[in-house]
Design a protein around this ligand. Structure first.
Ligand code: 6GU
Length: 225
């Protein structure tokens, strides 16, 4: 999967993708994340990417020209499955949407800033608008990083244990059960006996019961009961 992120704050994203699992995924060739600085696509000598809103009002608006220049250059080089705009008024991100998007070959992600982008960008370039939750961030960069992380970890081979993405919280609409590791007894705080029993079927049963109980207690909205 290739992800092209368009932003006016590239440094913010460079530091994020230069670390841990995401960096290893890129080095192993599973994913490629390219961060594009919008200021490199403006013809303006001051490298401006925003301007005052027509009709007046507070806040600046991201201009269409540099965004159009960047998206068109990328689209001339390859076909994109989606051109995504990260915005608090987009579709709320959930694992089901991450799963669907993970089948993509190439994605463009545009990060919003200021008051947002000129509406003509949304009309003519954007194919999908995504929010990461009902709160407002100062820019779409963190949201783009969240989406990219959720996508890249689903690519086969990225996680150490290839099956572990399948046992995530939310992957089957249940929260994950409690997990433990050594020592079995820490200052009298012990691990449930069943996990030490070596009886695989009983362990599976226990985990499923725990996942159900935890989901019922914390996120009853996930159960259709
Ligand atoms: Cl995608 N952008 C911004 N600026 N704030 C958000 C968001 C996105 N999702 C939730 N809050």
């Amino acid at each position: 999967m290739r992800i092209d992120i368009i932003t006016c704050l590239p440094k913010l994203l460079d530091s994020f993708f230069g670390h841990s699992i995401l960096q290893r995924a890129q080095q192993a060739g599973h994913a490629e994340v390219l961060v594009h600085d919008l200021r490199d696509y403006t013809a303006d000598k001051h490298r401006r990417v925003d301007d005052y809103p027509f009709g007046g009002g507070a806040g600046m608006v991201m201009q269409i020209e540099p965004i159009a220049n960047c998206i068109r250059k990328l689209q001339a080089e390859r076909t994109y499955d989606d051109v995504i705009y990260m915005t608090p008024d987009g579709e709320r991100l959930a694992q089901s949407l991450v799963n669907r998007l993970s089948l993509s070959q190439n994605l463009i992600i545009l990060c919003g800033h200021y008051k947002g982008v000129d509406e003509r960008v949304r009309e003519h370039f954007i194919t999908r608008e995504i929010s990461i939750g009902d709160y407002v961030l100062s820019g779409g960069e963190l949201a783009a990083a969240v989406l990219s992380d959720a996508l890249i970890r689903l690519i086969p081979g990225v996680l150490g244990d290839e099956t572990s993405a399948l046992t995530d919280s939310f992957q089957d609409d249940l929260l994950a059960p409690p997990i433990y590791t050594r020592p079995a007894n820490f200052e009298g705080w012990t691990v449930p006996d069943i996990l030490l029993s070596g009886h695989e079927a009983n362990v599976d049963n226990w985990r499923h019961e725990q996942a159900l109980a935890r989901t019922r207690a914390r996120r009853p909205d996930l159960l259709n009961e």
